[in-house]
Each structure stands twice: as C-alpha cells, then as structure tokens.
Design a protein around this ligand. Structure first.
Ligand code: MGD
Ligand code: MGD
Ligand code: SF4
Ligand code: MO
Length: 638
C-alpha cells in the first residue's frame, strides 16, 4: 500500500494549535510531525502529541456505543443507543422541564463545531448549562475590566521586545512553540526574566529567575510599582483611578512589599529596570489566576504594564489570551434555563432544586478528574438518574455514565480551530478513518435531533457549518477555499499586531482602569504548610496521558520538606489536604521552595491519583474561575 501524507490541525486544549503532517498507510499512522510550513509550529511537536499514535490504539478507546449493564457496559449499535437517549431525555423534559437536563462541555477538542452540542441543548430546551471558566475565567475578567478587551500582541511581536517578563508560565511544558521565540529574543540580546514560585526548565532560557511566595504576585507587582513611583517613572495619562492606585502602592515601602512577596529587593529593582528600559512584554501565565485573588493578581500586572507605558507599544503588551475563537461567528446563542457554576460543579448539581438535575450530558470533558473536589463531582454523577458522555476514550467520568457515545479522535475529526496562544485560525481534516460506526459529532447530533423533531435545525454538511462559522472573517478575504489553499492556516488581517495601541481603550472611560480594591494575601495554614501546585505535565493533556499509567502520582518537594515529613525520594507517602488524601511517590528537588508540593494536574480519580481529590471547590474573585492553586497540603509517611 502507498504511504500518503495528510495535513490537519491539532485540536487539543493548548495555546499552540499546531499544523500536523501525518504519514498514513492502510489507515495506520506511519509518521507524525509538525508542519514545517505552519508559521507557529515550524516543524516540531510537543512530547504528548508526538505520542498520539498510542492514544489511537489505546486500550481505553471507545469504538462503539456503550450502554450500562449492571456494573459494566454492553456494546450496542449507535442508533440503538440514540433511541434510548432520545427517549430518556424526552421523558425527563416532559416530567421535569428542560432545566432538569444539564449539558456540560469542556475543552477536550477546541474545534468550533463542538458548539453544535450547545446548539442542540438550546433547541431541545434551553437546558441547564455551565457558567464560569475554570481555565481562564479570572484572567479574562481582569483584562475585560482593565482594558475592555482580552487579547494579546501578535505572537511574533516579541521580536520587538527589549525585555520579556515570563510571569507564571512554563513554556517548555505548556506552550512549547513559544520556546524558539524566547531563544531568538535572548540571542538578540533581550533580557528574559522568569517569575514563578516553581523552578522549572523555563529558568534555563532566562538571565534572571525570581521565585516569589505562591500567590504573592500582587505584592510583587506593587513592590515594582513602588520602585517606579520612587524613580518618577510612571505615566498615568492613559489610566483611570491612577491617584487611588498610586496611594495603595505608597502604603508600603519597597522592602516591605518585597518581604510580603518573599523576593529580594534587587530582584524587584531588576523587574523595574526592565519595565523602564522597554519595550517590555509581560507574558501572563494561566496558573496564577487560578487563585482566590486570581483576578486581582492579573489586574496588578495590567496596571504595571500600563503605568510603565509598555502596554501600548510594539514589543510590549500584557498578553494573557488570544481571542481567536472569537474570530468565528457563533452557531449558538448561549440561552440557558439556568446555570451550574463550573468550579462548583459537584455542589451545584447536588443542590439543584425545582427541578433537581436528573440528566447530565458531557461533551469533551472529564469533570470527575479535572474539576475541583473530585469526590463531590463523582457523587453528583453517581446520584444523577441519567448520564451520557461523548468521548473517544473511557475516562473517570465515562465510567459513571449510563450511555457512552463514541466520537472521532482529533486525527479522525473535521473542524475549524482558533488557538488561544496566537492569531492563526485553521482547519482540521480527517487523516484517519474512525472505527466502523463512529460518526462525526455533527452527524451524532443530526441523528439525535431527527429523533426529537429538531432535524431541520441541524441539517447541512460539515463544510456548510464551517462556512457559517467563517462568516466573520469574510472581511479579511478568508473563506473555506482560501483557508484550504493556504495549507489550512491563515491569520485574519483585521486583528491588530499591538492589542492596545494608539486607539482609545475600549473601556467606559476610554482609559485603562487600574485596580483600586486590593484584597489581602491568602492566610497561611499552619497544619497544612505546603501549597499544592497541580501544574501541566509534558506527558499529558490534562487527564489524557500519552504514557503508561503510573503506580502513584509523583509529588516533588524540597529535600528538607521530605526529611521533615520522615520520607525520602522514592518512598510512597500520603499527601493530604482538608478535603482528601492520596498516596504519592516522593521526588525531591533542592531548586524548589520549602512551602510547595508539585504534582501533575491530571491524574486518574478511580486509581486514587487525582490531584483534584485534594482541591477544595472555590471560585476566584472575578470571572467564576476555579481557585485550584490556593490548596494547602501536608506530606506524611504512608
Ligand atoms: N503538556 C501540557 N500542556 C498543556 C496542558 C497540559 O495539560 N499539558 N494544558 C493546556 C491548558 S488546558 C492550558 S489552560 C494551558 C496553560 O496551562 P497552565 O496549567 O496554566 O500551565 P502550566 O504549565 O501549569 O503553567 C502554570 C505556571 O504557573 C505557575 N504559577 C502557579 N501559581 C503561581 C503564582 O502564584 N505566581 C506565579 N508567578 N506563577 C504561578 C506554575 O508554577 C506553573 O509553572 O496549557 C495547555 N498546555
Ligand atoms: N488541579 C488542577 N485541575 C485543573 C487544572 C489545574 O491546573 N489544576 N487546569 C484546569 C484547566 S486549565 C482545564 S482547561 C481543565 C481541563 O479539563 P477537561 O477539559 O475536562 O480535560 P481533559 O482531561 O482534557 O478532558 C477532555 C476529554 O475530552 C475528550 N475529547 C478529546 N477530543 C474530543 C472530541 O473531539 N469530542 C469529544 N466529545 N471529546 C473529546 C478527551 O478524550 C478527554 O477525555 O482542567 C482544569 N483542571
Ligand atoms: S498539544 Fe499543543 S503543542 Fe502539542 S501538537 Fe497540539 S497544539 Fe501543538
Ligand atoms: Mo485550560
């Protein structure tokens, strides 16, 4: 058989949205690599996706519809499963109203066509849906409040930067295509600083590494602002509330702010030097906004960028998120009967009344493993009368379903993508045939819709729906055909290179709104003295691992912390918080702080290896994010 090379786009929940080249023979992957012609991908892939062929053939691949039978599942034909689902959902709606049905969609695929699921549950109800965003909610709300818009300077704008502040970001693990740009900047002579309580490989890219107390970036930013104020190096002309903000900054002197952040004063001064000698880009990571003060922390960085003048210039910016998914025309309205707060999933589902939640449908998510307080989330599923999960893999959540519906993997899928780490939009095309009987999710909903009298709402081919989604970029001369001619990826031209340049800031005042209410730092918990960092791992995409399952979730602590707990590297120990305990295997690193414990963010709940078994469900100050990282734990011998 002949080997053919096909092109598609990675749809994983990742900032990079890579172009992929896949060599296929007899519907099998012979080779998989990054597209050298894609401007961001530049021919290389992350570790986890370079191992994607193992997921295609994984033991937990769901390749037929599954219907609960006792404690296990029975394989059935897809149409039989859809008959059952249509009958149960229709009955629950008739008896309790559409609010009794909760549709939860997460980011397992960033494909724009996944919105077809949202559209179905709107047309069928509107039903109950989620509100908030555990991934980026607080940071987006912060930038909307400050800038009236949450978008970033162009990905390649770093070429104009004199300095880059990598603030709470781990590019080698979770944003790998940023690494070559950072290297180039360094080679050009730009100053690079990493600010992260956790020491990681990113430090090797930088000429300075600052290791603050977890969650104290607000105090660090105020320390830097105080240095700039003392030097007369702030320009409040494009800022609202400047007087109040600067009064807050002057509440403490530099050493006092620096002590609150546990950062040496020379490091604070070096960050101020960078901001004074710009253009200086602040690359705002996602981790630190997953805290109770997460919104306030991002607002403090926004203020630093604006007051130092770096926000408005090429090579500067305070870049957190790229709104490229926003470049597409929505295919649903967002109507809902009521909302479940995403970070409070377990509690809200269990507490829902009038009507209670009787059915949950999950699209592209594994909430049992990935939402805070896994035990409560699992209990919510266990207590719900009827659960449907659509996933290409068997997961902690799918195991709790009454019906599991299969769907294509990203190499079998056909969709449009917009990244959250750069401005390119692109197309994904199926490079492999799915297992027999597994259909595109559009077709899945078309078949379901025709069973409940909504067939007309969902008519049309995948390409027809792609064309609807692309309506917003017609003004850039982009349509499906030009996208295909471009090798599947294009950058809409209407998006500015500098997110907030010389135009008025789109806030009510036309200026950057500076934060004025400054919440206090989270209290230290004497009994649980370690901050739990559940960070991205190079080996997994959230709960989807590209490597063999481990026996115990690994935890990294400082060797002194291990010794004080009476354990050593390689030992099995217990990591516990006020809400749960898991067995872990200990690793030590003298590069880490004495108040941190670091685990991968995605584990397996049913194997007793989910970080979220330890994480209390709490919301962030704004944006209904999940305060995953304000989690206090202790280590003890098993
Ligand atoms: N390999 C891999 N890549 C991924 C993912 C994955 O699961 N695996 N997930 C993807 C997803 S869903 C997302 S949203 C993105 C981003 O995903 P994130 O989960 O934000 O990425 P992380 O690599 O965990 O980087 C967060 C960094 O923030 C730091 N941090 C935490 N708290 C603080 C703090 O208080 N102050 C400071 N200064 N830093 C802090 C952490 O130590 C860590 O280094 O990555 C995507 N990329
Ligand atoms: N402790 C802790 N928890 C965290 C975080 C943290 O930093 N710490 N980070 C949070 C963040 S940033 C995020 S974004 C969430 C991620 O949370 P989830 O989105 O729930 O994460 P995944 O484990 O990737 O689950 C996605 C599921 O979608 C499936 N899938 C893949 N492609 C498709 C498809 O095309 N269609 C369908 N129907 N399914 C598909 C995958 O097989 C997988 O089971 O986790 C959050 N949880
Ligand atoms: S997961 Fe991210 S870095 Fe890896 S191939 Fe996909 S888009 Fe690229
Ligand atoms: Mo995320």
């Amino acid at each position: 058989m002949e080997t053919v090379t096909k092109r598609t786009t990675c749809s994983r929940d990742c900032p990079d949205a890579c172009g992929l080249l896949v060599d296929i023979r007899s519907n099998e992957i012979i080779g998989l690599r990054g597209d050298p012609d894609h401007p961001v991908t530049r021919g290389f892939l992350c570790f986890r996706t370079s191992r994607f062929p193992s997921i295609q053939t994984a033991k937990n691949r769901v390749s037929t519809a599954l219907v609960r039978s006792g404690t296990g599942f029975e394989s059935v034909a897809l149409d039989e499963a859809l008959d059952l689902v249509a009958a149960r959902l229709t009955r629950i709606r008739a008896e309790s109203g559409p609010a009794a049905i909760f549709h939860y969609r997460s980011g397992g695929s960033l494909g724009l066509l996944k919105q077809v699921a949202d559209r179905f549950f709107e047309a069928f109800g509107p039903c109950t849906t989620k509100i908030g965003d555990i991934c980026s909610g607080a940071g987006e709300a912060a930038q909307l409040a400050d800038f009236g818009r949450c978008d970033s300077n162009d990905f390649f704008d770093l070429a104009h930067s004199a300095n880059v502040l990598i603030w709470g970001k781990n590019p080698f693990v979770s944003n790998v295509h940023l690494v070559p740009l950072l290297r180039q900047a360094r080679e050009r002579g730009a100053g690079l600083t990493l600010i992260d309580p956790v020491h990681h490989r990113g430090a090797s890219l930088c000429d300075r590494y600052v290791q603050p107390r977890p969650g104290s970036d607000l105090e660090l930013a105020f320390a830097v602002a105080r240095v700039l104020v003392d030097r007369g190096a702030v320009d409040p002309s494009r800022c609202e509330n400047a007087e109040e903000f600067l009064a807050r900054v002057q509440a403490h002197d530099v050493p006092a702010w620096a002590a609150l952040a546990d950062v040496p004063v020379p490091h604070v001064e070096a960050i101020a030097d960078a901001l004074q000698n710009g253009p200086t880009a602040i690359l705002v990571g996602w981790g630190m906004q997953r805290r109770e003060r997460g919104g306030a922390i991002v607002r403090a960085l926004d203020a630093l960028s604006a007051l130092s003048g770096n926000l408005f210039v090429p090579g500067g910016g305070c870049s957190f998120y790229y709104q490229r998914r926003g470049a597409f025309a929505p295919i649903h309205t967002g109507a809902a009967a009521r909302h479940v707060r995403e970070p409070m999933f377990g509690a809200d589902v269990l507490a829902a009344q009038d009507p209670p939640i009787r059915a949950i449908w999950v699209t592209a998510g594994n909430p049992v493993a990935m939402l805070p307080d896994s035990q409560r989330v699992a209990e919510a599923f266990d207590r719900t009368e009827f659960v449907v999960v659509v996933d290409p893999l068997m997961t902690d959540t799918a195991r709790r379903a009454d019906v599991v519906l299969p769907c294509p993997t990203m190499l079998e899928d056909d969709d449009l993508l917009g990244a959250f780490g750069h401005h390119w939009i692109s197309e994904s095309r199926p490079v492999l045939d799915p297992p027999p009987g597994v259909v595109h999710e559009l077709e899945l909903f078309q078949r379901l819709a025709s069973r409940v009298g909504l067939g007309d709402e969902f008519a049309g081919s995948v390409d027809d729906w792609k064309r609807k989604l692309l309506a917003n970029v017609a003004k850039d001369g982009l349509d499906l055909e030009t996208l295909r001619e471009n090798g599947g990826a294009a950058r809409p031209t209407h998006i500015p290179e500098t997110a907030l340049g010389s135009d008025a800031i789109p806030t009510p005042s036309g200026k950057v709104e500076l934060i004025t209410a400054v919440p206090p730092p989270p209290p230290v918990d004497e009994e649980f003295p370690l901050w739990l960092f559940s960070n991205s791992s190079k080996d997994s995409q959230s709960s989807v691992w590209s490597t063999e399952p481990f026996d115990y979730l690994p935890v990294t602590v400082h060797p002194d912390v291990a010794a004080a707990a009476g354990v050593a590297a390689g030992d099995v120990a217990v990591l516990e918080s006020r809400v749960g305990a898991i067995e872990v295997v200990v690793d030590t690193s003298a590069d880490q702080r004495h108040d941190v414990a670091i685990v991968p963010k995605g584990g397996h709940f049913d194997r007793g290896q989910a970080a979220n078994s330890l994480v209390e469900a709490r919301t962030t100050d704004i944006g209904l994010g999940g305060a995953y990282l304000d989690c206090h734990v202790r280590l003890r011998p098993a």
